[in-house]
Design a protein around this ligand. Structure first.
Ligand code: ADP
Ligand code: ADP
Length: 209
């Protein structure tokens, strides 16, 4: 299975991806996680991306496209992959298409998780990440166990201001990629409002269609 998860910031892509990849035995590739790792390591790519990310802006296409195409060519993606957070623009979607065509493979599914904007700021502001396990928590909706709380990280771009900016970019730049996949008949849309378990059930059903 080669698939893409799309949705606005805070829709639950990372949360659902963690549950799905275990079951599907495919590799989870989060462009945001890869970029944050590059920033932490201080690589040239990380230094180029840092300012954009803090401000909630998109990192330039050439940087992200190079990073992802290199990643999906690795052997652990031969059985399939789940892209989370990429593509986010039409040039990114076109570059992915061209690379997959060249490799002689196709995308099976594009899964869009739909959540109204009004709910997304609260989801983002309350998000906390565990750097040791990679687990995603929410202070209200998925409270972390007391013993992990001291090590949890609150992302620099999970402020109301940066989330609002990311939402604007989502509507302007990312939503327009959806018709490309609709035209190929591989787009499935699920309602992302409800408990994470309810959303997982919908996602599983949508993938089977
Ligand atoms: P969220 O799902 O909360 O928006 P991500 O972890 O996917 O967050 O992305 C965090 C930030 O990383 C984005 O705001 C953007 O700056 C950068 N980023 C991630 N993926 C891409 C991409 N495909 N294209 C451009 N920038 C990206
Ligand atoms: P994304 O990867 O799309 O940006 P995340 O999976 O990181 O989104 O989820 C954003 C925040 O919302 C996290 O704090 C997560 O715990 C929480 N969350 C995820 N799914 C749900 C849900 N169905 N209901 C309420 N909160 C959720």
């Amino acid at each position: 299975m080669r698939m893409i998860l799309v949705g606005p910031p805070g829709a639950g892509k990372g949360t659902q991806a963690a549950r799905l990849v275990e079951r599907l035995h495919i590799t989870h590739i989060s462009s945001g996680d890869m970029l944050r790792a590059a920033v932490k390591e201080g690589t040239a790519m990380g230094q180029a991306a840092d300012g954009y990310m803090k401000a909630g802006q998109l990192v330039p296409d050439d940087v992200v496209i190079g990073m992802i195409l290199e990643r999906i060519a690795k052997p652990d993606c031969a059985n399939g992959f789940m892209l989370d957070g990429f593509p986010r623009t039409i040039p990114q979607a076109e570059a992915l298409d061209a690379a997959l065509a060249k490799a002689g493979v196709t995308l099976d599914r594009v899964l869009m998780i739909e959540v109204p904007d009004a709910l997304l700021v609260e989801r983002g502001v309350g998000r906390r990440n565990d750097p040791e396990t990679g687990k995603i928590y929410h202070l209200k909706f998925d409270p972390p166990p007391a013993e992990v709380v001291p090590r949890l990280v609150h992302r620099k771009d999970d402020t109301e201001e940066a989330i609002t900016k990311r939402l604007t970019y989502y509507h302007e730049w990312t939503a327009p990629i959806l018709p490309l996949y609709q035209a190929k008949g591989i787009l499935r849309t699920v309602d992302g409002v409800g408990t994470p378990d309810e959303v997982t059930a919908r996602v599983t059903a949508a993938l089977a269609q």
